[in-house]
Design a protein around this ligand. Structure first.
Ligand SMILES: [Ca+2]
Length: 338
């Protein structure tokens, strides 16, 4: 009884809400008259962009409330590890990763050798970001970046910078501004590169003269590997390892920073030891505590390569999901491929 009253109330609220939203949705405000947008246009004209076409482009950009909602509550900040891992470590994402690796076997192998980056990590990044290209985002990049640059003050400087990068990218790669789509944060293609990453790290890995990370998996795979190489991936080195900690460990030792600070040898002196020996005592590591709803927390040491994964997305949870997905994919791929 209680349930049915509640659910019909929910239905009422939902339909009233949808109704209220309709007129607003039909008349999405744009940025032609927005003061921040005008200032942006002035700055870009000073950099040599043509005012008329730039004003026309900005006038086409639409403010999206859903983007402002999404950026305010990213999964990395809402969820504990137990919840977060369920999103990224399901069997279907592992199976699809093995299939993607098989389908692009030559390219993944070539990228791994050329850039010195573990093949399973290249595959796992694309798996976490877009389910191997299935979900590269349906927001127009111009809408995403305009909304965040002009209507999200906490990150307006960053996204204003990315909007500027986008203009250069459109010019350099001859991309069509209004058909370009991506995530709510303006990240594009298989590996979800923001405009500055596209400009700096995308490579033409099939040598056809175009850097296409949006629809060409060969360029996308090469570009992800290049991103890792340029962020100092250390070939053959460990990424992360479960750690044994003393019962009286001071939780202040658990790092809130991503950058590894102590060597494994220094950690050992504090009683924190890898559960599997690594033989890399001179390597620095960061200590993490991964929490679950229904069982005790796990401690892990993240090494330099773990830090490299956080250069893709600055979150322990993100990097751990990529690492554990990469391991699961590698183990299954090796089983299936002998
Ligand atoms: Ca290409």
């Amino acid at each position: 009884m209680k349930f049915s009253v509640r659910s019909s109330l929910r239905g009422l609220i939902a339909s009233a809400f949808a109704f209220a939203l309709l007129p607003a949705a039909a008349a999405d405000p744009n940025y032609a008259e927005h003061p921040e947008a005008k200032a942006f246009v002035d700055r870009m004209v000073a950099e040599g962009f043509e005012r008329k076409s730039l004003e026309a482009l900005i006038a086409e950009a639409e403010r999206k409330e859903s983007i402002l909602t999404a950026i305010a509550r990213p999964a990395e900040k809402r969820l504990n590890w137990g919840e977060y891992r369920q999103i990224f470590l399901g069997q279907s994402r592992i199976d699809q990763g093995v299939a993607f690796w098989n389908e692009h076997r030559d390219t993944v192998g070539r990228a791994s050798r050329h850039f010195g980056v573990a093949p399973e990590v290249i595959v796992a990044i694309i798996g976490v970001e877009t389910r191997y290209g299935r979900n590269a985002g349906s927001y127009r990049v111009i809408d995403a970046l305009a909304t965040l640059a002009f209507d999200y003050p906490p990150r307006s400087k960053f996204f204003g910078g990315q909007l500027r990068e986008l203009l250069y990218l459109l010019r350099e790669e001859k991309l069509s501004p209004l058909s370009l789509t991506g995530s709510y944060a303006g990240a594009m293609g298989y590996g979800q590169f923001i405009p500055s990453s596209y400009r700096n790290y995308a490579v033409d890995f099939d040598d056809d003269g175009v850097r296409d990370i949006l629809s060409n998996p060969v360029d996308a795979i090469g570009s992800v590997a290049n991103y890792f190489a340029r962020h100092h991936w250390q070939e053959g080195q460990p990424v992360a390892v479960p750690a044994q900690v003393p019962a009286d460990l001071d939780d202040d030792r658990v790092s809130t920073k991503l950058k590894p600070e102590l060597t494994l040898e220094q950690w050992k002196a504090l009683g924190v030891t890898p559960r599997t020996p690594l033989g890399a005592d001179e390597q620095k590591a960061t200590l993490m505590k991964l929490e679950f709803d229904d069982r005790p927390a796990e401690y892990w040491l993240g090494l330099e390569n773990f830090y490299v994964i956080t250069r893709y997305n600055r979150s322990h949870l993100y990097a751990m999901a990529v690492y554990q997905l990469s391991e699961a994919i590698r183990e299954q791929w090796q089983r299936e491929n002998g």
